[in-house]
Design a protein around this ligand. Structure first.
Ligand code: ADP
Length: 272
C-alpha cells in the first residue's frame, strides 16, 4: 500500500511568493468572499485555462498553504483522509492531504474531483455544509475545520461524461465559478509574461489558438488551452522554428486522427 505522504499526485506549497495570475472576471473577489464566509468553491472549466494557477495565486494572497490533489479513478476517501501504515514495525496513522489541510487550516484543492471514487463524496459532504466536520472513522476523531480551512474543487464539464458528472447533491454544496479561455488581449498578455516571447510574436499564436478553438465540437473534443499556447511560445522563444513549435504544441497534443490533423494544419495556413 503506497503511503499517502509519498503520493506524487499531491503537491504542497508554502505560501511565499504570489504566483502570477491575470484575472479574467470577478473570480478574485468571489474567492475572497467565499474564503471569508467559509464556503466551499467549485471551479468549472476546460483543461489548461488557469484554474490551478488561480488557486495557487489566491492561497498565496490569503497567506494559506495549499494541498493539491490531482484526482484519478483509483483515488479513494482513504487517500484523502489518511491511513494506518507500517513504520519500523509499528502501525502509525498518517494523515492524508485533506486531513492535513483541515488540521492546519489550509486550502485543499481537489483537481478533477469527478475522477475520484464515489466514496470521496462521503467525506466531502459533512465538510461542505455548515457543520464543516471531517470524521475520521479509523482513528475515531471528529475534526472541526478551523475558519482558515477552505475546500476548492475543479472539474471539466466539457468531457460530457454522464457517468462522471458531479451529482446535484454534491455540486449544490459549492459556490461555483465558470472559467473559460481569456479574451485575446488578456491571453496575449498572459502568454507573453509566461513565455518571455515578445507580445507582437505572441499575438498571432493567440489568434491561431482561437481559430483552432472554433473547431471544437466538430472534430475536436478540446480546444487549444492557454497552457499549450504558453508551451508553443516558450519553444519559439527558446529558438525553435514557429512551424515546428506550432506542430508540437498546438496540433499534435490535440488529436491522433490524420484527417483532423490535416484540417488543423489547414487552419494554421489560413490564419498565419
Ligand atoms: P488548469 O488548472 O485549468 O488545467 P492551469 O492553471 O494549470 O490550468 O494553467 C495552465 C497554464 O496556463 C499555467 O501554468 C499558466 O502558465 C497559464 N495560465 C492560464 N491562465 C492564466 C491566467 N489567468 N494568469 C496566468 N497564467 C495563466
Amino acid at each position: 500500500m503506497a503511503g499517502v505522504m509519498d503520493n506524487p499526485m499531491e503537491r504542497t506549497a508554502a505560501s511565499a511568493a504570489v504566483p502570477f495570475y491575470t484575472p479574467t472576471g470577478n473570480e478574485v473577489a468571489l474567492f475572497e468572499h467565499a474564503y471569508r464566509n467559509r464556503l466551499p468553491l467549485l471551479l468549472k472549466g476546460p483543461t489548461g485555462c488557469g484554474k490551478t494557477r488561480f488557486v495557487s495565486h489566491m492561497a498565496a494572497r490569503l497567506g494559506r498553504s495549499i494541498h493539491t490533489v490531482s484526482c484519478h479513478d483509483d483515488l479513494t476517501a482513504a487517500d484523502l483522509t489518511g491511513r494506518y501504515l507500517l513504520k519500523g514495525g509499528d502501525t502509525v496513522w498518517v494523515d492524508g492531504p485533506l486531513t492535513r489541510a483541515v488540521r492546519e487550516g489550509a486550502i485543499c484543492y481537489l483537481d478533477e474531483v469527478v475522477e475520484a471514487r464515489k466514496d470521496v463524496t462521503v467525506v466531502l459532504h459533512p465538510l461542505t455544509d455548515d457543520r464543516r466536520l471531517l470524521p475520521l472513522e479509523r482513528t475515531g476523531e471528529l475534526l472541526d475545520a478551523p475558519p482558515e480551512f477552505m475546500l476548492v474543487v475543479s472539474y471539466n464539464p466539457g468531457y460530457q461524461n454522464i457517468l462522471k458528472s458531479l451529482k446535484p447533491s454534491t455540486r449544490q454544496r459549492f459556490v461555483a465559478i465558470e472559467f473559460g479561455f481569456p479574451l485575446p488581449d488578456i491571453e496575449t498578455a498572459i502568454v507573453t509574461q509566461e513565455s518571455g516571447l515578445p507580445r507582437e510574436r505572441v499575438a498571432p499564436l493567440v489568434r491561431l489558438g482561437n481559430a483552432l478553438r472554433d473547431l471544437k465540437g466538430q472534430d475536436l473534443e478540446e480546444g487549444v488551452s492557454t497552457r499549450l499556447l504558453v508551451y508553443c511560445a516558450t519553444l519559439i522563444h527558446s529558438g525553435m522554428k514557429s512551424e515546428e513549435a506550432i506542430l508540437a504544441a498546438m496540433i499534435e497534443p490535440l488529436t491522433d486522427d490524420v484527417e483532423v490533423k490535416k484540417a488543423l494544419l489547414r487552419v494554421v495556413e489560413l490564419t498565419l
